[in-house]
Design a protein around this ligand. Structure first.
Ligand code: SF4
Length: 322
């Protein structure tokens, strides 16, 4: 029996006008995500990960393509229906300082989504915020603190509590670990796993930290210049990457989740990612690819399946790699 995915993304594209030019941030992206699973999104800065994360939630509505959430096409929803549906789809940003209201205490910050959606009485909301604080490992007394009085890890816990307040089914985690030190990152990963098990949450986990992505994700999508160039179950992708870009990113992963080399892999790729305003013709990776062929400069490779659930967009994907 096939299970209907919680999230189904088909041919999603999003661009922006920048100084009279078109910046192609996300290009023809398709994937599915089941309830209780995690999709890791990796790629260098400028690969379109964060734009994709926001487009999934319709915070940045895509020009073309569809997002189906729990069977509903977000494109067809009225503003009111979309607002109501957003209760099920939350996002945790990289920088809690700018995401939290500095003039409100922690209690009020977590309570705010409940107030916006007119949920519960004042007493019920108080109880709910206390429960959420405890669930993310904070004390009730933290509710009286202001965001600036908390550590980075505590602020990110508040963000998670706030995201959970509406009991979502999907949480997009956008570089939420990158400002935290290693020991706090490890605590946050454990917390995300625990919450996923308790609530059957689905995550889209966007990160530069390949170790964290490998540790948390059931599937990984590798993005390059707005496209998913490889998608596979995590173990398969880490053990047998096919796309030359993925292979370069993951070549240093020796252990998940503790490899320092893996954490720096994204910064050791030779050359720079081209501007999304001028996406190269053919395969967008051809300007940096060690395996480039003539065909790569003129024809965009289709995404083909090379193993069960493993998709690759590369002209050499049938097995000509050395
Ligand atoms: Fe490299 Fe060509 Fe494959 Fe692109 S299509 S990744 S340039 S071999």
């Amino acid at each position: 029996m096939s299970v209907e995915p919680l999230l189904e993304v088909t041919h999603l594209s999003k661009s922006f006008r920048v100084h009279g030019q078109t910046l192609q941030a996300v290009r023809d992206v398709s994937f599915t995500l089941a309830a209780g699973e995690t999709l890791g999104l990796v790629g260098e800065s400028g690969s379109g990960k964060s734009t994709l994360g926001r487009s999934l939630l319709w915070l940045l509505p895509p020009e073309t393509g569809d997002v189906r959430f729990a069977g509903e096409r977000l494109r067809t929803l009225s503003k009111q229906a979309l607002r109501s549906r957003r209760k099920d789809m939350q996002i945790v940003f990289q920088d809690p300082v700018s995401a939290l209201n500095p003039r409100a205490n922690v209690f009020r910050n977590i309570e705010e989504p409940l107030l916006v959606h007119r949920m519960g009485t004042a007493r019920e909301r108080r109880q709910e915020v206390a429960r959420l604080l405890s669930q993310v490992g904070l004390q009730e007394a933290h509710g009286l603190a202001y965001p600036f009085e908390l550590s980075g890890g505590q602020q990110q816990r508040v963000m998670i509590a706030r995201a959970l307040a509406l009991q979502p089914k999907l949480v997009v985690c956008d570089e939420m670990l990158s400002a935290l030190d290693m020991s706090v990152q490890t605590q946050m990963m454990a917390l995300l796993q625990q919450l996923q098990q308790e609530h059957h949450l689905a995550y889209v986990f966007i990160s530069h930290n390949l170790s964290a992505v490998g540790y948390l994700s059931s599937h990984i999508a590798v993005m390059y210049l707005g496209k998913i160039v490889e998608y596979a179950p995590t173990e398969q992708l880490v053990a047998s990457p096919v796309h030359p870009y993925t292979a370069t990113l993951f070549q240093s992963i020796l252990h998940i989740p503790e490899s320092k080399a893996a954490r720096s892999a994204l910064t050791t790729l030779p050359g720079e990612i081209p501007s999304p305003v001028k996406v190269p013709m053919g395969c967008a990776f051809h300007t940096r690819c060690p395996h480039v062929q003539d065909v790569c400069r003129t024809q965009e490779p289709p995404s083909i399946q090379v193993a069960q659930g493993h998709f690759v967009a590369c002209h050499l994907a049938k097995g000509d790699f050395a």
